[in-house]
Design a protein around this ligand. Structure first.
Ligand SMILES: Nc1ncnc2c1ncn2[C@@H]1O[C@H](COP(=O)(O)OP(=O)(O)OP(=O)(O)O)[C@@H](O)[C@H]1O
Ligand SMILES: [Mg+2]
Length: 257
């Protein structure tokens, strides 16, 4: 059975998509079977995987509304060893259209059932909001992975997210776990980042990944070429950090931690 992880943080620009794409590529390189789900109307994970979002006939939008099956809409990512369920701006409409549907919070979970057995990991790139799309991601997932920048307001944002996770547990997904917190765009010379990082470790302990993602220009450049950093510059610090993160995840899983 696949381990389904929602990569989420309602704060924008913290590295959700960069993490989703590069982790999918890294787990794929480690011979794990991966499905990357783009759950964001911005379609950044789609573009970053080498798929032009403007040319798509069908996307996750049709899957959520139930007019296409996930198995027919998913595709092999041209830029990595993983499958992709793509998205584009059409998905923004789903927010509104799903409101009248039955079991509207369960649409993604139910769509994933049919293909779950084909994967080791499903990574869901959530939008920067606590909306119905994100609730679908949190309801479908076994656990959440939270990328965050070690900034002044980061911990405050985290308590909103933890409150949302608790709500989802109470109503929709009692077993939803916190898989881990990931420090992104980390600059070790920045004193504030060091302080926030220390607080994070104090509050969340082992839930914080030991692997830290440094600020690295290759990670920012790769999407404009439609590839993960692993494909763009494998030796870059960014690509290596995500390979290390995949290694840490796989080790944790195998040691049962
Ligand atoms: N480690 C990094 N080093 C340098 N730049 C990075 C790094 N991680 C992400 N970026 C850049 O920061 C910006 C935001 O990253 P990303 O799109 O992954 O965040 P996001 O949380 O998915 O954003 P959104 O909330 O809009 O979906 C992008 O331009 C990305 O290329
Ligand atoms: Mg994003």
């Amino acid at each position: 059975m696949a381990r389904i992880l929602a990569v989420t943080n309602q704060k924008g620009g913290v590295g959700k998509t960069t993490t989703s794409v590069n982790l999918a590529a890294s787990l794929g390189a480690a011979k794990r079977r991966v499905l990357l789900v783009d759950l964001d109307p911005q379609g950044n994970a789609t573009m970053g995987s080498g798929v032009d979002k403007r040319t798509l006939q069908a996307t996750i939008y049709q899957v959520l509304l139930g007019t296409e099956s996930l198995a027919t809409v998913r595709m092999r990512a041209p830029a990595g060893d993983y499958d992709l369920l793509p998205a584009n701006r059409e998905l923004a409409g789903a927010e509104v259209e799903m409101v009248d549907l039955e079991r509207r919070e369960l649409r993604l979970k139910e769509a994933l059932h049919a293909v779950e057995g084909e994967y080791d990991f499903v990574l869901i790139d959530c939008p920067p909001a606590l909306n119905l799309l994100t609730v679908n991601g949190l309801t479908a997932a076994h656990a959440v992975m939270i990328p965050m920048q070690c900034e002044y307001y980061a911990l405050e944002g985290l308590s909103d997210l933890v409150a949302t996770i608790k709500k989802v547990r109470a109503h929709l997904n009692p077993d939803l776990a916190i898989e881990g917190l990931l420090r992104t765009m980390y600059d070790p010379r920045n004193t504030l980042a060091q302080q926030v990082s220390a607080q994070l470790l104090q509050h969340f302990g082992d839930k914080v990944y030991r692997t830290v993602i440094p600020r690295n220009v290759r990670l920012a450049e790769a999407p404009s070429h439609g590839v993960p950093a692993l494909r763009f510059d494998k030796t870059s610090k960014g690509a290596q950090a995500y390979l290390a993160l995949a290694g840490e995840m796989l080790n944790r899983g195998e040691s049962g931690a």
